[in-house]
Design a protein. Structure first.
Length: 414
């Protein structure tokens, strides 16, 4: 299927603008656009790509978006899709970081985003139900549910590292083999390995190029190196690395205070795009303590160091995904990983919902809310969002817009 670049651009711009709520909501949005609406990917292709992206370091939703663009129009399509997924949120986060550096917290902005967060809670619940139905197909329902439940308990209650959970699920699936015999594996086009090598060399060069431009600034060099390193170890998305990032930024580097980091996360959670954009906020706020120019340079350098590796992983690995899914053991591993991913996303969704509805959440063990800190405004807004989406069947874009206005209105009234 050849999709015109203009159509591809419009679709992925829409996805980028509506990609609120973290990976669970973003994965649902992309499924709606790419599988249900445009039918550019089949169910199997989408779930295989999702499992593949979950195994990579970096934001899985952005990488899934990049993979979809690559599959439709090669590297140009992947660059367009991935960039448009990140760009709207990156611009909003930069504006919020500069506003925060100038005025501190902006109450009305927080109220507006509270309405969006409430809508996202409902969107995520819908997304989980749809994703679970697709991941646990015929002949795999009981096993898939068991794997998802074990993955959820492992990450929520035991706090096992995300890569370990995915590796265990993949090993189980590989030992079990594919549930059904896969079709004959496609033959890789001639020169695939050579083109992969060229892709790796090109994107590695792009990754390190900006460091030559900031060699004269110790702060910018440190920021660039730190967030480039972070891009390699962020398995499981931003949540999995937040504790490490906070410790380094606050305790080791002394760039921000603990409260500034908490505020950075809160603002990044409510903007479109991947949650890992919290790195941009952190870098911009750090640079703003020196000058506006340093803030802009730090933000740009951090975005580059965070997302260029994502393009590298996808463009290097995507040509082999179809071949992988046709290998019995590897296909079984991917299917088991897909089931485990459902459990992981349940954990992310619960984490998000608790932090929207309650002012305090204990995170030393399993995430448990302090019941006395229930936020009535957030609860009312969540119920309103549920009525709009579940009872009145309003679309995602309409609901987000109405809930932003509702959040703003409650902020003005209190």
């Amino acid at each position: 299927m050849t999709v015109p670049l203009s159509t591809l651009t419009r679709t992925f711009a829409r996805i980028g603008l509506l990609s609120f709520g973290g990976p669970a909501a973003q994965i649902a949005l992309m499924h709606e656009e790419l599988v249900e609406r445009h039918k550019w990917l089949t169910e199997k292709q989408y779930l295989s790509a999702l499992s593949f992206c979950m195994m990579l370091p970096g934001p899985e939703a952005m990488q899934l978006c990049t993979y979809a663009g690559w599959r439709l129009r090669g590297i140009p399509g992947g660059l367009i899709a991935g960039t448009l997924f990140v760009l709207p949120g990156a611009l909003v986060v930069l504006a919020l970081a500069l506003a925060y550096a100038t005025w501190g917290q902006v109450p009305l902005v927080q109220s507006l985003f509270l309405g969006i967060q409430a809508a996202v809670v409902v969107i995520v619940v819908q997304a989980l139900i749809k994703l679970a139905k697709r991941a646990f197909g015929p002949g795999f329902m009981a096993e898939g549910l068991a794997l998802a439940a074990l993955a959820f308990l492992a990450i929520y209650a035991v706090h096992l590292p995300f890569p370990l959970i995915i590796a265990a699920a993949g090993l189980w699936g590989a030992l079990r083999g594919a549930v059904t015999a896969p079709e004959p594996a496609p033959v890789l086009p001639p020169g695939t390995a050579r083109r992969t090598g060229m892709t790796v060399v090109t994107f590695l060069a792009l990754w390190v190029a900006p460091f030559a431009l900031v060699a004269g600034s110790e702060l910018l060099t440190e920021i660039g190196l730190f967030f480039s390193q972070l891009a390699v170890v962020t398995f499981g998305g931003a949540y999995a690395v937040l504790a490490y990032m906070t410790q380094e930024v606050v305790s080791t580097q002394g760039w921000l205070t603990t409260q500034e980091m908490i505020d950075a996360l809160g603002l990044a959670e409510t903007t479109p795009g991947p949650l890992i954009l919290v790195t941009e906020f952190t870098a911009a706020l750090t640079g703003a303590k020196v000058s506006l120019g340093t803030a802009l340079a730090a933000a740009a350098l951090t975005l580059w160091g965070t997302f260029i590796p994502c393009f590298l992983w996808i463009f290097a690995g995507a040509p082999y995904l179809e071949w992988i899914t046709h290998q019995p053991r590897l296909a079984g591993a991917l299917r088991a990983i897909t089931a485990a991913v459902v459990g992981v996303i349940v954990n992310l969704s619960l984490w998000f919902a608790l932090h929207v509805l309650f002012a305090e959440v204990h995170t030393a063990g399993p995430a448990l809310p302090v019941l006395s800190t229930l936020q009535p405004r957030a609860l009312v807004l969540t119920v309103l969002a549920a009525v709009l989406m579940l009872a009145l069947r309003r679309g995602m874009a309409t609901t987000l817009a109405l809930m932003a206005l509702a959040g703003l209105a409650t902020g003005l009234l209190t």
